[in-house]
Design a protein around this ligand. Structure first.
Ligand code: FVH
Length: 284
């Protein structure tokens, strides 16, 4: 007998999670604010209230829009003895605050590193933090959704990792969107540029990240080999000037240019990108 599970929220992601549990043979109860969502979940038991849905299973997966939605949904519901795994996108502070309100339940916060179509597939992973015993007890159940990675007992940690990874993704997409806007401004076909140049270029440059990370962890006194910040700051004006000349808004790039200038102005011109990461930290 597989562990019975409850899924609260049948948006695009909640539906994919429920489908994965059903496909793996878990008795699955679902609840959604708007009834009738995801009619394809024919094998799921549909609860008409959150209380009824929570009562049905020891493991309750929450996947709603935002943190306030989760508080609203769980308010006044008896959660005694349940493991609440909240996969709703949250900040670290929101995760810790939610954990503190869940009387009688154990809490796992989760960050889903996948889009709905990836759930149940080989490339999806979900970060968890919070109650380690609950994670160990349900690790095999959670593995049905995506590779489960436990990052620590502090409930806020999964959200911190999640937000870090999403921040990297948006930064990367921001740069790629700017590049495509430049190409589009010159009527250069986007697909060919993306497949033949943009993706290979970004893939190659991602290879330098571990070296930058190593320099962040263990600062080296050696000058940057090949691509120092003074050189990068000097060339960065050309990125801004070209965007303006092509009629493309440079605002996604401007902060990076300012950071490079700050690095040079504060005496880090001969260093590597790790120096700009240190300058980003405002709490030291
Ligand atoms: N979809 C994705 O690519 C990303 C992947 C990474 C993780 N995110 C996060 O997952 C949460 C849910 O995202 P989603 O894609 O399922 O979102 P929607 O399809 O928009 O569904 C939203 C569900 O939330 C329910 N809901 C909204 N407001 C309320 C409310 N006030 N009270 C109760 N439920 C509410 C909504 O219900 P309904 O509109 O059908 O009645 C949906 O079930 C999210 O945190 C992502 O950041 C997804």
């Amino acid at each position: 007998m597989k562990t019975p599970v409850t899924v609260l929220g049948l948006g695009a992601m909640g539906t994919a999670l429920a489908q994965a549990f059903l496909a793996a043979g878990h008795p699955t109860t679902v609840w959604n604010r708007t009834p009738g969502r995801s009619p394809e979940l024919t094998d799921a038991v549909r609860a008409s209230t959150v209380a009824e849905a929570v009562a049905a299973s020891p493991l309750v997966i929450v996947c709603l829009l935002v943190d306030t939605t989760v508080h609203d949904a769980l308010e006044g519901v008896d959660l005694t003895g349940k493991v609440i795994a909240n996969l709703t996108n949250s900040t670290p502070d929101q995760a810790r605050a939610l954990e503190a309100t869940l009387a009688g339940a154990t809490y796992l916060d989760g960050g889903i590193m996948a889009v709905p179509a990836m759930i149940g597939g080989p490339h999806a992973f979900i970060l968890y933090s919070g109650d380690s015993a609950a994670f160990e007890r349900h690790q095999a159940d959670l593995a049905v959704l995506a590779r489960p990675l436990y990052v620590g007992a502090d409930a806020g940690l999964a959200a911190l990792y999640d937000i870090a990874l999403l921040s990297a993704m948006y930064g990367m997409f921001g740069g790629a969107e700017h590049a495509l806007a430049l190409m589009h401004s010159a009527k250069i076909p986007a697909v060919e540029f993306t497949e033949q140049l943009l993706v290979p270029w970004l893939t190659a440059m991602l290879g330098s990240l571990p070296r930058i990370a190593a320099d962040l962890d263990n600062p080296s006194q050696a000058a940057a080999a090949g691509s120092n910040l003074a050189m990068q700051a000097a060339a960065f004006h050309n990125l801004i000037d070209t965007a303006v000349a092509q009629g493309v808004d440079p605002s996604l790039l401007t902060p990076m240019g300012e950071l490079l200038q700050k690095a040079v102005a504060t005496g880090h011109g001969d260093e590597d990108m790790a120096a700009t990461i240190r300058l980003l930290k405002t709490n030291v």
